[in-house]
Design a protein around this ligand. Structure first.
Ligand SMILES: CCCCCCCC/C=C\CCCCCCCC(=O)N[C@@H](COP(=O)(O)O)[C@H](O)/C=C/CCCCCCCCCCCCC
Length: 211
């Protein structure tokens, strides 16, 4: 039987993704996303169009990791160096490398910002807080800037189907609500650090707007 989702596992995978010299291991980064997908799948089929997109991006990254050139995809830093040096990234418009590692990971990276903003709202919410509002506020501040109108509207409808705050806390499987809040407090700086390292790397290399 598949192991139940737990926030602790998400925390562990993102913790493992950071090397001593602050590089980000792709293997653990995508394992963190895999955990989050299992959480989203437990919310029902209304979210399946979102999880399908994440799963396909995880698959693209797994394919790079298991290919002959996989040693260049150990960390986000080594991937960026390798793909840029070998002109494997479509920088201004989609062309011969429509699914480069840099471009694919950028989509997950933007979503990590949404996650950080959403979890921070959840952590500081009161008992009567509405997850649909927390989720859509976090979305409007982050991912929405990169999505066309139709996706923004569809996602807005899906948010209305989100379970309440109590269910969220229970599914996180990290003890009572105070313990969940404490674990969120421990997880968020880690997620923020992984996000910021990637953001700085992409900014330095002019990769933040890959088509
Ligand atoms: C710790 C547990 C509590 C929170 C658990 C949250 C679980 C979240 C899991 C996944 C989050 C969604 C990640 C979305 C990635 C989107 C990547 C993206 O932007 N893709 C678009 C662009 O890709 P290309 O076309 O350029 O290849 C793609 O067009 C998008 C398609 C689908 C819409 C994505 C909407 C994302 C909304 C984020 C909110 C998710 C709400 C989940 C609620 C728990």
């Amino acid at each position: 039987m598949a192991e139940a989702f737990s926030l602790q596992k998400v925390l562990e995978t993102f913790r493992s993704s950071l090397s001593e010299n602050k590089e980000v291991y792709i293997k653990y980064y995508i394992a963190g996303w895999q955990e989050l997908v299992s959480f989203m799948n437990s919310l029902g089929s209304v979210f399946s169009f979102i999880s399908k997109d994440v799963v396909s991006k995880i698959q693209i990254m797994e394919n790079f990791l298991s290919a002959e050139t996989g040693s260049h995809y150990i960390t986000i830093q080594s991937m960026v160096n390798y793909e840029l040096e070998n002109e494997l990234v479509d920088l201004t418009k989609r062309g011969s490398h429509p699914e480069s590692g840099c471009r694919t990971l950028l989509r997950l990276h933007r979503a990590l910002h949404w996650l950080e903003l959403f979890l921070e709202r959840l952590r500081t919410s009161t008992e009567d807080g509405k997850t649909s509002i927390m989720c859509s506020d976090a979305y409007n501040e982050s991912l929405a800037h990169h999505h066309p109108w139709l996706i923004r509207k569809t996602v807005g409808v899906a948010f209305c189907a989100l379970p309440g705050r109590d269910t969220f806390f229970d599914v996180m499987n990290a003890g009572d609500h105070m313990q969940v809040v404490a674990l969120l407090g421990e997880s968020l700086p880690l997620i923020a650090e992984v996000y910021q390292i990637t953001e700085d790397l992409y900014a330095k290399n002019g990769l933040l707007d890959l088509p």
